[in-house]
Design a protein around this ligand. Structure first.
Ligand SMILES: [Zn+2]
Length: 464
């Protein structure tokens, strides 16, 4: 009978919190627009999230998985989530790969222009050249068909230069990126199959700049791992021009990156306990790891601090969702996605019911709306949520969205939601040294936090 025995204090506390809850729900369920307004007002007048972003950018810059900076980011966000008032905060152990950049040099020498340096960055997980480097002829291609048509007789021993630009006519900047990025992810494997010595890949960005944009490259099983580097778009254009004038020019390439033994890191998880259905979960997250050459402000410290801010706002305003809401700082999105996988595996093992999951990993520019991986009647209901956001100019509620960290939760039935900001500037920053704290506009960050906190509240309130 132990379970039925309460002391007076507990009973009193129970009654008080029940009363508070009913008053709160009475006010807000009558008119959720009042709550949405207070969420926006709170987000737009508080600096906590902006300061968190500044800390992550300036004090944990280059927090690639396996690095001391990544561990510092884990410790910092753990503390930040506690300070936000989460009911519980914990770390979840995640296996991660470890890869380290080394010395990087890339030069071309021509009779007319002498020696010119190209701005490069090795691709994540790529093989190095060794300290002596390589000095080889270059062959420029634009896609895998063109490469295959050349055959091994033309490619063997050479450096393959993938120079397909992002299609700037595509309005959706992610579609443009998606159309070019296979050169980076699979180019090394395709070139290696034909005996290439290395690959140089045009940075996957719509913009002409001098920043190399890195990212992961994946070697297919069985192929020889050859060095792979990204080159800035300015220098990709330069190399292409020089090759047209002198097809026999050689590139000298040095990249002494190396793969280290696998190691461990953590997802950081915080929870606000649900009042009605505490056994059902809504997850909101971003990824804590970044590339080593960047502060990772838009990608994706911003997404992480928006999730922390949701918790802070709920606690500050006394918002008590029916379901348990979690903020998750996922580890290792950039290289192999183990953080998202471990989170879903553990949830499955515990038999948790995952109602919905939202990811903010498209930068923290002005919020435009949300994408939902739903159809039919449910999608229509979700789209109807747009009316609550019209006063904030957030209107795009449509099919789509999701994110790679939350994708494994789909198997547990979680509705996949993507936070959709205006992404026209996103690939100026993506995976480059240009993704700094200064590139984030405080109001845009705040509006995004408010939009996310409001959406999750309404979704839960209306059982959508
Ligand atoms: Zn990202």
């Amino acid at each position: 009978m132990q379970g039925l025995m309460y002391n007076k204090q507990e009973v009193r506390r129970g009654i008080v919190s029940l009363l508070l809850l009913s008053v709160f729900q009475l006010i807000y369920s009558q008119d959720p627009s009042i709550l949405v307004k207070s969420v926006f007002s709170e987000a737009l007048t508080d600096l906590t999230a902006y300061r968190h972003l500044e800390y992550l950018c300036k004090n944990t810059k280059g927090r690639i998985v396996g690095s001391a900076q990544a561990e510092k980011a884990v410790q910092y966000t753990f503390k930040a989530l506690k300070e936000a008032g989460a009911d519980s905060v914990w770390l979840q152990k995640v296996p991660v790969p470890s890869w380290q950049r080394g010395i990087e040099e890339c030069t071309i020498t021509t009779a007319l222009h002498g020696t010119e340096e190209l701005t490069i960055a090795a691709l994540g997980l790529s093989e190095g050249t060794g300290a002596e480097g390589i000095n080889e002829n270059v062959i420029e291609v634009h896609d895998f068909e063109e490469l295959k048509a050349l055959g091994s007789s033309r490619v063997e021993g050479k450096i393959v230069f993938f120079n397909r630009p992002v299609d700037n006519t595509l309005i959706n900047s992610f579609s443009g990126y998606g159309g070019a990025v296979n050169q980076r992810t699979a180019g090394a494997s395709e070139a290696s199959r034909l005996g290439a010595a290395a690959v140089i890949v045009r940075s996957a960005t719509q913009f002409t700049d001098d920043f190399p944009h890195t990212g992961v490259t994946l070697y297919a099983s069985g192929v020889k791992k050859i060095p792979a580097v990204a080159v800035s778009t300015i220098d990709a254009d330069l190399l292409s021009r020089r090759l047209k004038a002198d097809p026999d020019l050689k590139v000298r390439l040095v990249s002494t990156c190396r793969i280290l033994p696998d190691t461990w890191s953590y997802n950081v998880i915080a929870e606000v306990r649900g009042t009605v259905k505490p056994g059902e979960y809504i997850t909101v997250g971003g990824h804590l790891d970044s590339w080593d050459i960047t502060e990772g402000a838009h990608d994706d410290a911003g997404g992480c601090v928006q999730a922390i801010e949701m918790i802070r706002i709920y606690k500050k305003l006394g918002i008590r969702p029916k379901r348990s809401v979690r903020a998750v700082m996922f580890m290792n999105e950039e290289i192999s996605g183990t953080g998202g996988r471990i989170y879903a595996e553990e949830a499955g093992r515990r038999g948790e019911v995952h109602y919905a999951a939202l990811e903010s990993d498209r930068g923290v520019m002005s919020p435009r709306g949300f994408g939902f991986d739903a159809g039919g009647e449910r999608l229509e209901k979700l789209k109807s949520l747009a009316s609550w956001f019209a006063p904030y100019n957030i209107r795009d509620f449509d099919q789509g969205g999701g994110g790679s960290d939350i994708a494994p939760l789909k198997a547990l039935g979680a509705l996949q939601i993507g936070f959709m900001p205006d992404t026209q500037r996103y690939f100026v920053y993506h995976h480059s040294a240009n993704d700094t704290f200064e590139q984030v506009n405080i109001r845009e960050l705040q509006l995004g936090s408010a939009a996310i906190a409001s959406l999750i509240y309404l979704l839960d309130l209306f059982d959508l």
